[in-house]
Ligand binder design. Structure first.
Ligand code: COA
Length: 412
């Protein structure tokens, strides 16, 4: 088996993309249409970071790295965004994905990307490769009949304006960038990502409307936006439509509440759904009848520290800490061993040491805690961390955790 750049062996890019579509269809049960192959979905694919696995003259696996810049506490970090991983069913469990991940990780390291991140099709797949669940998402469904908001701020100066989402970039990008700067887990997006996320051909709508954006603004400019579509449905002659939120971001609570009110009072829509809300979205506090809302917390972004010291020093800590951690890493011996992890709100250091270890843990634990969401004390209760010096577990926990939980706004 050989892993090669995806363009090798094909007459042109279109032919190579067609092969990706073919293999992904066998792996996922759904591929890409000709229209999708020529769409912005593939505009973000880096030609030199996309790979095919070959068994003799047959392509049996696909994978790619996106070049991402993911926010972390105190800044952002270049990230190998692992995606498109699929293996032909005839070649499963023979190490094809393992070999492709080795290539993707080496590719990330060669570009000075200290971490890799991905959305997993199945939570069981990636921990063995050193990934930890670094962000969670909230799936929520709120019925309009139970959608009254109490104690949500109101601001009469806010006006709402609608447009097709493909036209919203200049208005919404500053809001997105502010979120990128204020919480971990958010990949920076440029125009190519915007085109990918707002590409909305009628053939993919499955009975829903176009993708719209409604912005909340006042005389000083845009304060928030919501991307959504609506899908009408009639059940026994009453309306039973669905309002689906794809993105909701705002600068302040009043703008956020105005956008939620817009969704929760939309005529003919019986329910509002958002499959990827931040776990701290304030609607949970504003709902008069919160028990009637579906609130399901799911795993979202997985993170793998490829270069431990570079990853740690790329972020700041919430509180001061100075601990020696013994790290195991079965795939990257460079990360294994004893590290003195020290720092605070102004920056962090991570140096190899011969001092006795205060804590012992696997690299996946640091991946899970890296963006600020994980609770190390929970991990210790699960037997994933050994504490040799009392107090050091709490010290590292407080240092890595952030007040605002990390959030990845889109699947890649
Ligand atoms: C998931 C998938 C990519 C795995 O590819 P593969 O080539 O079979 O994986 P490997 O043979 O390299 O497996 C490596 C290890 O992961 C385990 N593993 C692989 N897929 C797994 C899964 N879906 N669930 C649990 N464990 C899995 C294997 O058992 C193996 O474990 P071992 O090292 O203890 O023997 C492939 O089965 C596939 O394409 N599935 C459908 C699409 C999909 O889910 N893609 C992932 C997108 S994020």
């Amino acid at each position: 088996m050989q892993i090669r750049n995806y363009l090798e062996g094909f007459a042109d890019r279109e032919a190579a993309l067609r092969k990706i579509a073919e293999v992904d269809e066998t792996a996922f049960g759904e591929g890409f249409t000709e229209e999708e192959l020529r769409s912005p979905i593939f505009g973000v694919l880096d030609d030199d970071r996309t790979f095919l696995a070959w068994d003799a003259d047959q392509v049996v696996g696909v994978s790619a790295n996106f070049s991402l810049d993911v926010s972390v506490p105190g800044g952002s970090v270049p990230t190998a965004g692992v995606s498109f991983v699929g293996v032909r069913p005839t070649h499963r469990r023979r190490g094809v994905m393992t070999a492709m991940l080795d290539i993707l990780h080496a590719d990330g390291l060669s570009r000075n990307e200290p971490i890799a991140a991905l959305w997993a099709a199945d939570a069981a797949i990636y921990p063995r490769f050193g990934y930890g669940r670094a962000t969670r998402r909230l799936f929520t469904e709120i019925r309009r009949a139970h959608g009254a908001l109490t104690n949500a701020p109101e601001d009469g100066s806010i006006r709402l304006r609608m447009m097709n989402s493909s036209d919203d970039y200049s208005l919404t990008h500053p809001i997105y960038s502010a979120v990128h700067a204020s919480r971990g887990g958010v990949p920076a997006v440029d125009n190519r990502w915007h085109e990918r996320q707002t590409w909305d051909p009628p053939s993919s709508r499955e009975g829903a409307s176009s993708l719209y954006t409604v912005v909340a603004e006042d005389d000083n400019g845009v304060r928030g936006f919501m991307r959504y579509n609506v899908k009408p449905e009639w059940t026994d002659s009453h309306d039973n439509g669905t309002f689906t939120i794809y993105r909701l971001m705002s600068r302040d609570p009043a703008a956020h509440a105005a956008l939620w009110r817009y969704a929760l009072t939309f005529d003919l829509m019986a329910k509002v759904k958002w499959f990827n809300a931040p776990i701290d979205d304030p609607v949970q506090l504003w709902l008069e009848y919160p028990r009637h809302a579906t609130r399901q917390f799911e795993d979202a972004l997985y993170v793998r520290l490829l270069d431990l010291p570079s990853a740690i020093t790329a972020r700041t800590f919430s509180t001061e800490c100075d601990v020696v951690v013994h790290v195991t890493d079965s795939r990257f011996p460079e990360n294994a061993g004893r590290w003195r992890i020290a720092g605070g709100p102004h920056g962090a250091t991570c140096r190899q040491t011969k001092d006795p270890a205060d804590l012992a843990l696997d690299i996946r634990v640091l991946g899970a805690a890296y963006l600020g969401d994980a609770s190390l004390s929970e991990f210790a209760k699960a037997g994933w961390i050994e504490e040799n010096r009392p107090g050091t577990l709490g010290a590292l926990d407080s240092a890595l955790r952030t007040d605002t939980p990390p959030y990845c706004p889109f699947v890649f």
